[in-house]
Design a protein around this ligand. Structure first.
Ligand SMILES: Nc1ncnc2c1ncn2[C@@H]1O[C@H](COP(=O)(O)OP(=O)(O)O)[C@@H](O)[C@H]1O
Ligand SMILES: C[C@@](O)(CCOP(=O)(O)OP(=O)(O)O)CC(=O)O
Length: 480
């Protein structure tokens, strides 16, 4: 066990290409990690003299009513570690946090099954970057550690977690990944798990996928967890049977099954992660625009899969063509990475622009055939309008689409005569354009009209889960 505090962060995601297809191992998804990260800090629980608490306390101090206290015990018959939420304390939340609770139980179960470990009381603090939530921050936190107050990276959202609208960047996957990694780093003997070794990363991935699936109550493609662990990549999912045979926590033998599954000594994991295939060329940046609306992914997925089952031939043809478009997009980005200037082409992004338009047209085709608003008319209007802003290359409805944030590729340098050496020119123009943007109403589009469109501050990031400097959190972390 580490007696010094540990801190781990994991990135959010955007599935630029491959929504729905990536649910099937026959296809892949192009996912970018984002520089919006969720951090998890673990320390020994500070207690007053004479007071012993056998609890693990988890706090998300940027939100109100966000402290969850847990008791823990190893179950009989190797069922793993059972955690029980304790609600008696005045500051304890009365509501459950399924993702925290499951990640805690899975990580402790894996730890104790891996090596004889005494679980000791701990205080865990979760801190998230602002762009995960649409809800505007009420106050910013200032670090008191420096003589000139610096605006802190983490803000106080001033509301309960349930009232903060999600922007769809994958908070639960980043949280579960950072959380399980932080628990393992805290409790396992030093050197047992390396964040930089392929085996260590694969085990973290497997554990985070298992915990995330259990908390979600369904097996999604897992691209969000893969991005949280590995960062940007082309992702081919694992066979769902790997996790469906794990069974429930607290059932006899669960701890060993979990250990075998995570360590890949049971049914072999067949996830494929290709990091070299997901590149963002110098000169291009990914930006996202939050439409502050939101769709229910589960509902959309059900309808698309029902259409695929009902019309297998049409669906296969469409998906094969779409997969080709998605691969072309990755290849185009790779080509531009190797040759950013496009070797004297008039418009180095011409091919990229047409690939994006092809993908969008195929997505609209799927949208219409499945009768699902994947790229609803309001989003078509928004994407088309953004693409007309000088310096914007093009954009898509990422992931499941619907009324969630859109993703745009923009030129990193100011377009035309406005060479600024960074993308401020384009981003500023885009911001000004969005400030005045008002969506037209469309009848029968299967959803609401979009609200105010807001440029998020995020961009792509290659790195996945990583250790952080424990001193960076200022007053958000209580003194040990
Ligand atoms: N900052 C946070 N602190 C604690 N729990 C969080 C935080 N952010 C997200 N979560 C957990 O993740 C859940 C949201 O997950 P989900 O609905 O899958 O959204 P997303 O698409 O962002 O992953 C929350 O209900 C909560 O359990
Ligand atoms: C449909 C999908 O292929 C992609 C969904 O991508 P989103 O990025 O829309 O996901 P949420 O974070 O759940 O909103 C489902 C999947 O792959 O699990």
């Amino acid at each position: 066990m580490s007696t010094s505090p540990v801190a781990i962060s994991a990135p959010g995601k955007v599935l630029l290409a491959g929504g729905y297809l990536v649910l099937d191992r026959g296809y892949t998804g192009l996912v970018f990690g984002l520089d919006a990260r969720i951090h998890v800090h673990v320390q020994i629980l500070p207690t007053s003299p004479g007071l012993t608490l056998s609890e693990i306390i988890v706090k998300s101090p940027q939100f109100r009513d966000a402290e969850w206290r847990y008791g823990y015990r190893e179950t009989e018959d190797g069922g793993g570690v059972e955690v029980t939420q304790l609600k008696g304390h005045t500051t304890s939340s009365q509501s459950r946090n399924k993702f925290v609770e499951t990640a805690l139980a899975y990580a402790l179960s894996y730890t104790t099954a891996t090596t004889p470990t005494k679980i000791t009381p701990a205080l865990i603090t979760i801190l998230a970057d602002s762009d995960y939530y649409s809800h505007g921050p009420t106050t910013s936190s200032f670090s008191s550690s420096s003589s000139t107050p610096q605006p802190h990276r983490f803000v106080d959202f001033g509301v309960p977690l349930t009232s903060a609208h999600k922007t769809g960047l994958g908070s639960s996957a980043a949280l579960v990944t950072a959380f399980t990694t932080a628990i393992l780093t805290h409790y396992l003997p030093p050197g047992t798990l390396s964040l930089s070794s392929p085996t260590g990363k694969a085990r973290l991935h497997n554990l985070a996928q298992a915990a995330h699936c259990a908390a979600q109550g369904k097996i999604g493609s897992g691209f969000d967890v893969a991005a949280a662990v590995y960062g940007s990549c082309v992702y081919r999912r694992f066979s769902p049977s790997i996790l469906s045979s794990l069974g429930e926590i607290s059932t006899p033998g669960f701890a060993h099954r979990l250990c075998d599954t995570v360590n890949d000594t049971a049914q072999k994991w067949d996830t494929q992660i290709d990091k070299s295939a997901a590149t963002m060329p110098r000169g291009i940046r990914l930006v996202m625009c939050d439409v502050d609306c939101g769709s229910e992914t589960v509902g959309l997925v059900k309808k698309v899969l029902a259409w695929r089952a009902a019309e297998p031939d049409t669906a296969t043809l469409l998906w094969t063509t779409l997969q080709k478009g998605n691969e072309d997009l990755a290849t185009e980005l790779q080509k531009l990475t190797l040759n950013p200037e496009g070797k004297g082409d008039q418009d180095p992004y011409e091919s990229l622009k047409s690939t994006v338009l092809t993908i969008r047209s195929l997505i609209r085709d799927m949208s219409a055939r499945a009768d699902v608003p994947i790229e609803p008319k309001v989003q078509t209007d928004l994407l088309d309008a953004c693409a007309r802003v000088p310096g914007v290359i093009g954009g898509v409805v990422p992931g499941a689409g619907g009324f969630d944030a859109i993703a745009l590729l923009v030129e990193e340098e100011g377009a035309g005569d406005e060479k600024e050496g960074n993308n401020e020119g384009v981003v500023r123009r885009l911001q000004q354009f969005l400030d005045g943007y008002k969506a037209d109403a469309h009848e029968g589009d299967g959803g609401p009209s979009i609200g105010k469109v807001r440029l998020l501050g995020v961009k792509q990031e290659m790195a996945g889960v990583k250790s952080e400097e424990v001193g960076m959190y200022g007053d958000w972390i209580p003194p040990a």
